[in-house]
Write a protein that binds this ligand. Structure first.
Ligand SMILES: Cc1cc2nc3c(=O)[nH]c(=O)nc-3n(C[C@H](O)[C@H](O)[C@H](O)COP(=O)(O)OP(=O)(O)OC[C@H]3O[C@@H](n4cnc5c(N)ncnc54)[C@H](O)[C@@H]3O)c2cc1C
Length: 284
């Protein structure tokens, strides 16, 4: 196995153009597990850790640009106040050791339907900044996930950064696992309220071949919430929201949970996260 170790972003892009079959490695918390379990041996590893440009984040025009090398730990510590949904999800990833190494870009690269960063990225309309020697493009998060562990990157492309707008309202994430820590989601859900545009964002994890939104639920809730008066959400509205979220999923039975359990749990998580978000909104 060849080990490629560029030290600049330009060299990393050149290496990926020359060796499109090379597997990028950032934190290695997915890649190393695959190699150790002998699930295919890459012809080459492209180590992005020496590339200093990837370790930065910046902010511009209400957006955060999070470099592909920014760990979950740094995201939680440094950006948690501006991205509460993504920070909550990041806190549930693995253990402190995994969060010190693992990255949102790696979560996107792996594109597992169970990845914890996906629901909040969907709920807040994030963009994936992909780059190759041919140029750079922004992929809307809803177009990024193509199938189980498949994403929209071309073979010569790398993720440069993830762009996420500052939270413009309450954001919440909920995850069900078979225990409290170090666990892959049985299913997960994120909600983001966007009061400035009277909008609602959602993201469903681990309950379909790809992470996905629940557009009907979003539209329904946005039309029902009393944005100006901030009166309590009627039980019937919350129940219907939960139902529409559950209906947007297409889960399967697997070792972590049954289809029916996931459908039920999603409706519960949708109602709960809505309750937390609306309580926060009413208190602002
Ligand atoms: C013990 C343990 C517990 C875990 N718990 C969780 C959990 O609770 N929730 C969860 O979501 N995940 C969990 N994971 C999985 C993993 O930690 C996450 O998916 C993490 O986000 C991967 O980030 P990384 O930087 O380590 O990625 P890597 O392993 O380096 O890469 C992952 C994938 O992304 C690609 N990639 C990396 N960087 C780039 C880039 N810049 N451009 C293009 N492709 C790139 C790689 O080629 C690979 O396909 C766990 C893993 C372990 C070992």
């Amino acid at each position: 196995m060849d080990f490629l170790r560029p030290t600049t972003w330009a060299d990393a892009l050149a290496a990926k153009a020359e060796r499109p079959e090379a597997t990028p490695i950032q934190g290695g918390t997915d890649v190393m597990v695959e190699i150790n379990l002998d699930k295919g041996r890459p012809a080459a590893l492209l180590d992005l850790n020496p590339v200093a440009e990837l370790r930065d984040w910046s902010s511009e025009d209400g957006w955060l640009r999070i470099g592909a090398g920014v760990s979950y730990t740094r995201l939680i510590d440094e950006l948690g106040d501006r991205l509460p949904g993504l920070a909550q999800a990041s806190r549930t990833v693995g253990s402190p050791q995994i969060r010190n190494r693992g990255t949102v870009a790696g979560n996107l690269g792996a594109a597992s339907p169970a990845g914890d960063s996906h629901p909040p990225l969907l709920a807040s309309d994030a963009l994936v900044e992909a780059e190759s020697v041919r140029g750079s493009r922004l992929i809307p998060i809803g177009e990024f996930y193509l199938g189980v562990k498949r994403n929209a990157l071309e073979p010569d492309e790398l993720i440069r950064a993830v762009r996420v707008p500052y939270a413009d309202g309450p954001q919440y994430f909920s995850k069900i696992g078979t225990r409290n820590a170090m666990v892959i989601a049985v299913c997960s859900f994120a909600v983001a309220l966007h009061p400035s545009r009277r909008g609602v964002g959602t993201g469903i994890g681990s309950a379909a071949p790809t992470p996905r939104r629940a557009p009907e639920a979003e539209e329904f809730l946005a039309g029902e919430l009393d944005w100006d008066g901030r009166t309590a959400v009627p039980d019937e509205t919350a129940r219907r929201f939960g139902e529409l979220v559950a209906r947007a999923a297409s889960p399967i039975d697997d070792v972590r949970g049954t289809r029916d359990y996931r459908v039920h749990a999603l409706a519960v998580m949708a109602r709960r996260t809505l309750g937390w978000a609306w309580t926060e909104y009413r208190g602002i």
